[in-house]
Design a protein around this ligand. Structure first.
Ligand code: G6P
Ligand code: MN
Length: 436
């Protein structure tokens, strides 16, 4: 058996990572064909990535045929895995998602608050189209989605497209597990974090090492700042003892947006006024990455890629493909249907959960009720996500406004309208469903 992997958004600067992962896994995951797909605007980038990828393949002596195309339909034929890592509107659109809310004194971020909602509005229709093609052209393929907001996008696809083999992934649970392992000086395979919640809103409920409860140790290390699992795009963790000891849940770095809003806003406003928001930082980083990628002498994934927040995402993707293909039945943290795993969230909601990975997909492990301190917040976030999906599909202004209203980073009914209107206008070209 030889496998075909199609990467939608193959011109992403992250792609060398997933290529490296697929090359390394050749002994257990026999991928013989990889096709990078992109759109006209990404043509030059995808060609550069393809050349670098072929040098990496040659260097490793792997038998993989790597090509690129702008013809998505032809690429999808015969695919076994389709990874989706697109950014509709590119980094310029991300900059608007960050800058417009900030201009009105709100947190502007690519997956949280108004920016995250707009990213979903731009992305969901495009990925619905991709899922439709996957269903038609390679119905047995697994779609592995990285595109943010990954949890929301995955729920939209699972509940509204005909293709049901869709899994959402993120590097945050991976980072949390691996940093915990490093800190406790144990192998990552021995660390079990009981995750509960949603993508970019997931908590660690308990931490076990080979069955031994080490939760308190981890809390202590977090408080003594020995511990930081925040990705490059978010400031280092800084939680108070009162927060940790009262909530008794291990937060993820994105929780700062909700529970340290003032501090985050202050920092982001400073960036907005001075040296640019994250999108602008990433734009510069991307330019230097692509300069590197173009160098003929580069034959591996460069270390510099670790400056991106999503570093290591490909380890998540590749181990997922490996476990599906080999029916490994190991446990990985992915975004999938709740289906009763957390009884106080809707049955068809997508959650980020520990799952047994089988050839029939992820099977979430029952968790039970959400601990009281965060139940309301998680339910509120899920309600917001549902409204976002509804609006993405309907293109109805009122639906969009409702999503804004429920989002804890927006709320103010008048400002919500101002920011929504401005964002809808700024992204008009990428929001055909909202055209009136
Ligand atoms: C984290 C998140 C990813 C996100 C990335 C942003 O790792 O889990 O979902 O894409 O950060 O990183 P960037 O370098 O684009 O700011
Ligand atoms: Mn993520």
């Amino acid at each position: 058996m030889s496998l075909k992997v199609v990467i939608i958004g193959g011109g992403s600067s992250y792609t060398p990572e997933i290529l490296e992962g697929l090359i390394e896994r050749q002994p257990t995951l026999p991928v013989s064909e990889i096709v990078l797909v992109d759109v006209e605007a990404g043509k030059e980038k995808v060609a550069t990535i393809c050349q670098l990828g072929n040098r990496m393949i040659e260097e490793a002596g792997a038998a993989i045929e790597l090509t690129w195309t702008l013809d998505r339909r032809s690429a999808l034929k015969g695919a076994d895995f389709v990874s989706t890592q697109i950014r509709v509107g590119g980094l310029a659109a991300r900059a608007q998602d960050e800058r417009i809310p900030l201009k009105h004194g709100m947190i502007g971020q690519e997956t949280n608050g108004a920016g995250g909602i707009m990213k979903a509005f731009r992305t969901i229709p495009v990925l619905m189209e991709v899922a439709k093609e996957v269903q038609e052209l390679c119905p047995d393929a697994w779609m592995i989605n990285f595109t943010n907001p990954a949890g929301i996008v995955t729920e939209a696809l699972l509940n509204h497209s005909a293709h049901k083999k869709v899994i959402g992934v993120c590097n945050i649970p991976f980072n949390m597990r691996h940093s915990t392992a490093e800190l406790l000086q144990v192998p990552p395979e021995d660390v079990w974090i009981q995750f509960i919640g949603l993508n970019h809103f997931v908590f660690g409920d308990k931490v076990y090492v080979s069955g031994e409860d080490r939760t308190e140790d981890v809390f202590q290390k977090l408080l003594s700042k020995e511990f930081d699992y925040s990705p490059a795009n978010i400031m280092p963790l800084d939680w108070s003892e009162t927060f940790i000891q009262s909530a008794r849940l291990l937060p993820n770095p994105y929780h700062q947006y909700y529970f340290q809003s003032e501090k985050v806003l202050e920092k982001d406003l400073k960036a907005y006024e001075e040296n640019g928001t994250r999108a602008e930082v990433v734009q510069a980083l991307e330019e230097s990455l692509f300069d590197l990628y173009k160098q003929e002498s580069l034959r591996e994934k460069p270390k510099e890629l670790e400056q991106r927040g999503g570093a290591f995402y490909s380890q998540v993707a590749c181990s997922l493909m490996d476990s599906i293909y080999n029916n490994k039945e190991d446990i990985q943290t992915v975004n999938t249907w709740n289906h009763g795993t957390i009884p106080d969230l809707p049955y068809d909601a997508v959650i980020e959960a520990n799952c047994v990975i089988t050839k029939n997909g992820p099977k979430p492990i029952a968790i039970g009720e959400i601990p009281a301190p965060m139940r309301g917040m998680i339910q509120n976030m899920k309600a917001m996500e549902e409204l976002v999906i509804k609006a993405s599909m309907s293109g109805d202004y009122k639906d969009a406004y409702n999503a804004f209203l429920v989002n804890p980073l927006i709320q103010d009914e008048k400002k919500a309208k101002v920011v929504l209107d401005e964002l809808l206008e700024a992204h008009e070209d990428y929001l055909p469903q909202f055209k009136r």
